[in-house]
Design a protein around this ligand. Structure first.
Ligand SMILES: [Zn+2]
Ligand SMILES: [Zn+2]
Length: 213
C-alpha cells in the first residue's frame, strides 16, 4: 500500500532537518505538547487524573520541568492526589506501590509505535512518497540506538534501505569511537590533533546515540 503524505511524513521531514535522532526530536516535542495540553485543557479529565494517580504521578524524567510550568494550579491539583496517597502510605510505614505507568511514558510508546510503523511501510520501489521519505531520512542523523533497536523489534520485514543506512551509520560510529580511543593514548597527541573536529568529540555523539530520548 503506498504511503500517505500526511502528518507523519511532514513531522519526519521537519525533525530530520534538525541534528540528532529524528524520532527523539518528534517524541520530545510531542510529549511536551501532550503534557502542556493535559495540564491546561484536561486537568478536570477524570480518566487522565485517574491514570496519573494510579501511576503515582509522572516519572522523574517527565516531571523534571513541572516547576517551570505556566499553570501552578494544575500542577498543584495533580500533585495533591499523589501527596495524599503518599501521606497515607507514610502513616502506615508502607512504600507506595503503583500499578500503572507514567501517562506521558504511555503516550511516548504510542507515538514511537506510530512513527516506526509509518517508517517500515516506506518501500520506495513503486512508491513516490516512500522515495521522498527515504531521501529525507538518509540525509538525517538517523535513529538513535534505542529507537533503531525498537524498530527492529516492530516487524520482521523492514525495508532494505533502512537496514543498510543504519548498519552503516553504527559501523562508522564504532569505527570513529575506536579511532578516538586509540588516538587519545599517551604519545598520540599528533594523531589526535589530525582528527577532524567532529571525530575529536565523537564521544558526545556516541553518548547521545546510546541514550536516545
Ligand atoms: Zn531516538
Ligand atoms: Zn514518563
Amino acid at each position: 500500500m503506498p504511503l500517505d503524505k500526511h502528518i507523519n511524513f511532514f513531522e519526519l521531514e521537519k525533525a530530520s532537518a534538525r541534528p540528532g535522532c529524528p524520532l527523539c526530536t518528534i517524541v520530545s516535542d510531542r510529549c511536551e505538547r501532550y503534557l502542556d495540553n493535559m495540564l491546561f485543557e484536561h486537568i478536570s479529565d477524570r480518566a487522565f487524573r485517574k491514570a496519573h494517580r494510579a501511576a503515582g504521578g509522572f516519572c522523574a524524567f517527565h516531571s523534571r520541568n513541572l516547576e517551570s510550568f505556566r499553570d501552578g494550579l494544575a500542577v498543584a491539583i495533580l500533585g495533591r492526589d499523589i501527596l495524599e496517597d503518599r501521606v497515607e502510605s507514610f502513616t502506615k510505614r508502607k512504600i507506595l506501590k503503583t500499578k500503572e505507568r507514567c501517562p506521558v511514558c504511555v503516550e511516548q510508546d504510542r507515538i514511537e509505535q506510530e512513527y516506526l510503523g509509518f517508517l517500515i511501510k516506506a518501500e520506495p520501489a513503486a512508491d513516490d512518497v516512500a522515495r521522498q521519505l527515504q531521501d529525507i531520512v538518509v540525509k538525517s542523523s538517523g535513529l538513535c540506538a534505542p529507537h533503531y533497536g525498537q524498530l527492529l523489534e516492530t516487524a520482521k520485514k523492514i525495508p532494505r534501505w533502512i537496514l543498510e543506512f543504519h548498519e552503516k551509520k553504527f559501523a562508522s560510529l564504532l569505527e570513529r569511537t575506536n579511532r578516538f580511543i586509540e588516538c587519545s593514548a599517551y604519545g598520540r597527541e599528533k594523531d589526535f590533533a589530525e582528527l577532524n573536529p567532529a571525530d575529536q568529540v565523537v564521544w558526545k555523539e556516541l553518548a547521545a546515540n546510546l541514550r536516545g530520548s
